[in-house]
Design a binder for this molecule. Structure first.
Ligand code: ZN
Length: 189
């Protein structure tokens, strides 16, 4: 990532809004923003599918769900934060994945300019391709700063998206079961 270039761009923004980028409080701002962009865009330099290379053979044949995975992303239309939780489930077909790998998969796709719909699809599709489970579900619930601090200013509104693949798409009973785990009576919090 070209940090000096980000610094120059931020300095230009400060000048464009009529600020003095050389005044005490702003002098280090371009550098701080460049470093924070490097962190918040780190997913661009990761191949998320690498996290799916280590799988374990396992006879467990019920739903595996990792719920409430916190993530931060950045809306590609306004470069403002998207903050929320992902819930990721799959039905194994002889192979399972380390739970931390699911969380890393979420981060890898979140830490880049994104829209929530694509983030949701990418996580579910990566699981289907990399792990070949019988089915996968990704539900994402998130607040978009571009909706809460600017424009329509609807603080507290949450966007919910879901990507449903494989058996969860074709079999209503399996879908009900996994959605109950994510949302319903089976949910503890
Ligand atoms: Zn936006």
């Amino acid at each position: 990532m070209d940090l000096p270039r980000i610094e120059r761009a931020v300095r230009d923004i400060l000048i464009a809004i009529g600020e003095d980028p050389d005044r005490e409080g702003l002098r280090k701002t371009p550098n701080r923003i460049a470093r924070s962009y490097a962190e918040r865009m780190a997913g661009l330099r990761i191949d998320p599918r690498a996290y799916l290379r280590t799988v374990f053979k396992e006879g467990y044949n019920q739903v595996v769900l990792l719920r409430n995975i916190p993530f931060h992303s950045m809306c590609e239309h306004h470069l403002l934060p998207i903050t929320g939780h992902a819930h990721v489930a799959y039905l194994p077909d002889g192979k399972v994945l380390g739970l931390s790998k699911i969380a890393r998969l979420v981060d890898a796709y979140a830490l880049r300019p994104q829209i929530q719909e694509r983030l949701t699809d990418q996580i579910a599709d990566a699981l289907m391709d990399g792990l070949q489970p019988l089915g996968a579900v990704c539900v994402v619930e998130a607040a978009h700063d571009c909706m809460t601090i600017r424009g329509i200013k609807k603080t507290g509104s949450m966007m919910v998206t879901s990507a449903i693949r494989g058996i969860f798409q074709t079999d209503p009973a399996s879908r009900s079961e996994v959605l109950a785990l994510i949302y319903g009576t089976a949910r503890l919090t």
